[in-house]
Design a protein around this ligand. Structure first.
Ligand code: ADP
Ligand code: MG
Length: 458
């Protein structure tokens, strides 16, 4: 998906008013009836319909007339709302090039007025695992669509909350700057994902640091759950920064031990393959993995003195509640991925492309972020519309599913994730700006000048 910031510059106040009206309508409509949008936006002389046409042209909205005439936001529309809010808050004034494409996110450089460059992560849940979730029939019994924007907003909220809390506890993470809707703004890490690093001066030291982080996280009651070479950044001084937190869980999670072991295993495997660190030499019982793991000194989850409650206490202070955690775990949990992996006949790339297509048809945004004074006025107009309805994105209790996972499935899933990411890094079918581009283009500093897309006055 292209984030065409030129469009952003030319959108008028009325355009944003109607876009916001659709977002509000989506609180209780998957497809917001045109008349309702018109009522919420309350533009003079039927102006709403002209604006809707313009927003549709720029793909900020999706039109659906299957049941009645209505609209919903696309991810692009949601992007624009988040970006506008952040620009209005003075968080940044320009958007630069795309620096990363994750499994379920797009990352861009953004610049502040004084030229400081930051990283903006736009969460895109549903991009990869859409079809998998589609197979959750229990859930679908009650709904015909998915609240992807709501879930992406939760992922951003969670990531922001974790980043802040981890930073306060001295973990090497990007500095959390601000967050709105499905978007997180953070400091730009001057480094490369470990997956791109072919050589290290001190692989042993880096390895110890990384394993030390997994252990220290557990001591703080947390497990990263996606701790691998794609989510660890290394700079030229071999300083480590960890990124990507939406999937983190508490050490009291029913699968905590397995998640912890998996994170550790990932690091051991990667360092053994890429940097030829030898963990086997003392082992001698190569067919007994339990003995192996003890002899090579893998940290044992049971032996770690863990503090629990970190998630509940510190994170809820950032507005991320236990309910949010439950919601997001249910949808990003491994039973979702398991479905995805069960279809081995297609490549990961094919999944991505197809599922993106699906999303465009069926994504369903739900929650809104910050509201302006104007938004509040609109809200008052439609308060009766919202009365008595469920909170946004809540899933009926009977829809909740229990997760069942086992290790072989997870290993499979992880391998698939890795292959997918490697394909992305190597170019794949999509023409994204490569994660290698820092190295390809000779350092980051030159990129500051490339941020040309000034967003003007909104
Ligand atoms: P996902 O959740 O989709 O995997 P990540 O947070 O892992 O997204 O980001 C994807 C990629 O974007 C990373 O591998 C990295 O190359 C780049 N990236 C993410 N955050 C930053 C940052 N703060 N500074 C520099 N690059 C980043
Ligand atoms: Mg990642």
């Amino acid at each position: 998906m292209k984030l065409d910031v030129d469009v952003l510059r030319y959108l008028s106040k009325d355009d944003f008013r109607v876009l916001t009206a659709v977002e509000m309508g989506m609180r209780n409509h998957e497809i917001v009836p045109s008349e309702l949008i018109d009522r919420i936006a309350s533009l003079k002389h039927g102006g709403t319909y002209k604006v809707l046409k313009n927003l549709l042209k720029h793909k900020l909205l999706h039109h659906d007339s299957s049941k009645y005439d209505g609209f919903r936001l696309t991810y692009l529309g949601y992007d624009f709302l988040a970006i506008k809010t952040l620009v209005n808050r003075g968080v940044f004034t320009a958007i630069g090039r795309q620096i990363g494409v994750g499994k379920e996110s797009d990352i861009f450089e953004v610049a502040k007025e004084d030229g400081t460059v930051l990283a903006m992560k736009l969460h895109r849940l549903g991009r990869v695992s859409f079809r998998a979730v589609k197979s959750k029939r229990d859930y679908l019994k009650h709904r015909s669509s998915y609240n992807w924007l709501y879930l992406s907003r939760l992922a951003a909220l969670k990531e922001f909350a974790f980043m802040k809390a981890l930073e306060e506890h001295g973990f090497p993470v990007p500095l959390a700057v601000d967050s709105n809707r499905h978007c997180v703004v953070m400091s730009l890490i001057q480094g490369y994902p470990l997956v791109q690093v072919k050589e290290l001066q001190n692989p042993d030291t880096v390895f110890d640091t990384i394993i030390g982080l997994v252990v220290r996280l557990a001591e703080h009651g947390l497990i990263h759950c996606d701790f691998n070479e794609f989510n660890i950044m290394i700079d030229d001084d071999e300083k480590v920064t960890m990124i990507d937190f939406p999937q983190m869980v508490s050490v009291s999670h029913h699968n905590a031990q397995m998640y912890f072991d998996r994170d550790v295993e990932c690091i051991f495997k990667f360092f053994s393959k890429r940097f030829n660190l030898s963990f086997e030499e003392n082992a001698g019982h190569s067919d007994d993995s339990k003995v192996d793991s003890e002899e090579v000194g893998r940290p044992s989850f049971a032996d770690i003195k863990k503090v629990t409650g970190f998630l509940d206490k510190e994170l809820s202070a950032s507005g991320f509640t236990r309910k949010d955690q439950d919601d997001i775990e249910r949808f990003t949990g491994d039973d979702v991925e398991k479905d995805l992996d069960s279809d081995d006949t297609e490549s990961a790339d094919e999944h991505i492309e197809k599922d993106e297509g699906h999303f465009e048809e069926e994504g369903n945004p739900v929650e809104q972020g910050e509201t302006s004074k104007e938004d509040t006025e609109m809200k008052q107009d439609v308060v009766s519309e919202n009365e008595g309805l469920n909170d946004l994105g809540t899933v009926p209790e009977e829809d909740r599913q229990t997760e069942h996972e086992n290790e072989p499935e997870l290993t499979k899933r992880l391998n698939k994730q890795r292959r997918r990411a490697i394909q992305a890094v190597q170019g794949g079918r999509k023409n994204f700006t490569s994660r290698n581009s820092y190295k390809d283009k000779g350092g980051r500093s030159s990129h500051n000048s490339k941020i040309q897309k000034q967003l003007g006055n909104w």
